[in-house]
Design a protein around this ligand. Structure first.
Ligand code: F6R
Length: 608
């Protein structure tokens, strides 16, 4: 949700900022802008539209020439996407870029209007520029920032330039991500590591309300009282190549194809001596034995991973699991306490609702376990225990590889919890672990069927609506298949437990409506086949994803996509999901949509 960058050093700042914004475009792409110190004064260029519009504007008008500046790519919250609402915003002597939401902006605006400030935009962010200017009465930038931060409610990551201090950048954050990249005599700020990975792998995390001042090859950090603090330098484990398209037309396709490798890496990181072992994360057998109930709290695709976990943990460990969407959990006064485990799943580790769910769970005394893809992210740092998935940077808005590694870890948790609670023996634990180790090959096999996925996509390209159905693990996966397809194709799609369809939804089935049926679970296969026949009898086009060799009566299935895998039924989602991702991807491309940047969506939802 909005990407911010900043650079100070010896390079051409406009180029570095535009480069960084390109890497952050997944966070928002309705407008963009940069502000750079050029010969001691700030030159701002900004425009509505994707980054390509910004590039065109810089080509036409000339890029600002300097070595210090800030940039922004926007996902509109307050005020429509327009030139005027684009960042950077300047008011008085201050220019800022902002990611987050200022919840009390209306009252601050009234206050500032009374003081004579005139507002140009409809954004909440401009209020911050004015407030900084208001508190800049003593021409002390640090004081202006500390005073301003005390007044702001909500979330913010800010890059700040003071007109009186050329070639100096300030930044501050609270509840929105912001990291400082440390190069050789140069510094960067960014919402996410890929923005500066090309230049440096070293970075420093800012805690809530911490301020950084960067000037002359030096960075100083201060707490909210203006007192200098020392910070640890981390080294990113991600490579530059991982954050690039590497010859694929879209990040999404590249990320789908990375799945065998990242699944392998993630599995290897938590399997020790042939069994899953989470003791490094502090998630020991003793803790597992003490848990009476599990809550999974997450959003979107990560929440769908939680639904797979529910089936796996309940089946194997026989511990009740509730999966809650984080935006509900945080306000529902959940009955959760010290004997419960709350698992927070998040690719970004920054999702506002999931983070609030974590805080609530901690307040209520529950044990908290984060499963995150971004190391040291807010959720990773705040949870009692944390397991890092190793998907590497996920840049496409639609989550693919992050989901696959999340479910891989969740299956392993289910195995280990089953063992810790005496539901399975060590031999059985080892056998299950051996089975999941086949996942990378199973995924590779599905990825070879890209042409079949493209063919299925060609049959979906002009439909108005479609349905996904399945039972058990296949139902859990249907939810994800449906979300993936609708978010990047704009075709209305819904997922149902196959047995639920005739309780209302079947009235929507008419001639030619596609019903994508996932039918890999042997124990409920006859039931799923009956449901396929019911929709077929009403004119549906049935597209079935089923294990190789599954027999269907003649004319039940219009298109069969065979899942050729040795994985046991419970684990087939690890492979099947890749087929669903490819179908969604190609449908999006055939409809002329950019699957990496679907309309209205942004990655890393740091607002409620
Ligand atoms: C869908 C998608 C979103 C995210 C959701 C949670 O493809 O990517 O539904 O899964 O916004 O994000 P994280 O996992 O970063 O908390």
């Amino acid at each position: 949700m909005c990407g911010i960058v900043g650079y100070i050093g010896k390079r051409d700042c406009s180029d570095v900022l535009m480069d960084g914004l390109e890497k952050l475009e997944y966070r928002g792409y309705d407008s963009a802008g940069i502000a750079v110190f050029e010969n001691g004064s700030i030159k701002t260029v900004k425009t509505r539209g994707k980054l390509a519009c910004m590039k065109a504007k810089l080509d036409n008008e000339g890029k600002p020439l300097g070595c210090c500046g800030i940039g922004h790519t926007r996902w509109a919250t307050h005020g429509e996407p327009s030139d005027i609402n684009s960042h950077p915003h300047s008011n008085g002597r201050v220019t800022i870029v902002h990611n987050g939401i200022i919840e009390n902006y209306a009252e601050l605006k009234d206050f500032l209007k009374e003081k004579g400030y005139v507002f140009l935009s409809q954004t909440d962010s401009e209020v911050v520029a004015c407030l900084l200017d208001y508190y800049y009465s003593e021409r002390n930038p640090l004081k202006a920032i500390t005073e301003t931060v005390k007044e702001l409610r909500g979330s913010f990551a800010l890059g700040i330039l003071f007109k009186d201090f050329p070639d100096r950048i300030y930044a501050v954050r609270k509840a929105s991500p912001l990291i400082v990249g440390k190069g050789d005599g140069e510094f960067f700020i960014a919402s996410d590591i890929p923005a500066f990975l090309k230049y440096t792998k070293e970075y420093i995390l800012l805690d809530d309300d911490e301020i950084v001042c960067m000037e002359n090859g030096k960075a100083q950090f201060f707490n909210v009282h203006g007192i200098e603090v020392s910070k640890e330098v981390h080294t990113a484990e991600w490579d530059v190549e991982q954050a690039q398209k590497q010859g694929f037309p879209h990040y999404m396709l590249k990320e789908i194809h990375e799945q065998p490798d990242v699944a392998d890496k993630t599995l290897k990181a938590v399997i020790k001596n042939g069994v899953p072992d989470f003791s490094d994360a502090g998630f020991t057998d003793d803790i597992m034995r003490s848990i009476k109930k599990v809550f999974v709290v997450a959003c979107g695709t990560s929440m769908h991973a939680g639904i797979i976990a529910r089936y796996a943990v309940e089946k194997l460990a026989r511990i009740p699991v509730t999966v809650e969407t984080a935006s509900e959990f945080r306000y529902m006064d959940p009955i959760v306490g010290k004997d419960d485990l709350v698992i927070l799943i998040s690719q970004s580790g920054e999702t506002a609702d999931t983070k609030a769910g974590l805080e609530l769970a901690k307040e209520k005394g529950a044990k908290t376990l984060a499963i995150v893809n971004v190391k040291y992210s807010a959720i990773a740092r705040a949870a009692d225990m944390c397991i890092n998935t190793l998907a590497g940077p996920e840049i496409a808005v639609a989550s693919t590889k992050a989901y696959t590694v999340q479910i891989a870890v969740l299956y392993l948790i289910a195995f280990r919890m089953a063992f810790a609670n005496g539901n399975i023996t060590e031999e059985e634990l080892k056998a299950l672990t051996k089975e999941i180790e086949k996942a990378p090959d199973a995924i590779r096999n599905i990825l070879k069927k890209e042409d079949e996925c493209r063919f299925i996509a060609s049959r979906l390209v002009n439909v108005e609506k479609l349905f996904f159905i399945g039972r058990g693990f296949d139902y859990a996966l249907s939810l994800e298949g449906s979300l993936k397809l609708k978010e990047i194709t704009y075709i209305h799609s819904d997922a149902y437990a196959a047995g639920e369809l005739k309780h209302g939804t079947i009235s929507l089935i008419e001639e030619g409506v596609p019903v994508i049926t996932i039918a890999t679970q042997e124990s409920v296969l006859p039931k799923t086949i009956s449901n396929m026949e019911e929709v077929k009898a009403r004119g549906a086009t049935v597209i079935a994803l089923a294990r190789k060799g599954t027999k269907f009566a003649e004319n039940t299935v219009d298109i069969l996509f065979e899942i050729d895998t040795e994985l046991p039924d419970m684990l087939t989602p690890l492979a099947t999901v890749c087929g669903l991702q490819l179908i969604a991807y190609y449908t999006s491309v055939l409809r002329g949509i950019d699957p990496d940047k679907p309309r209205n969506l942004a990655k890393s939802v740091t607002t409620e």
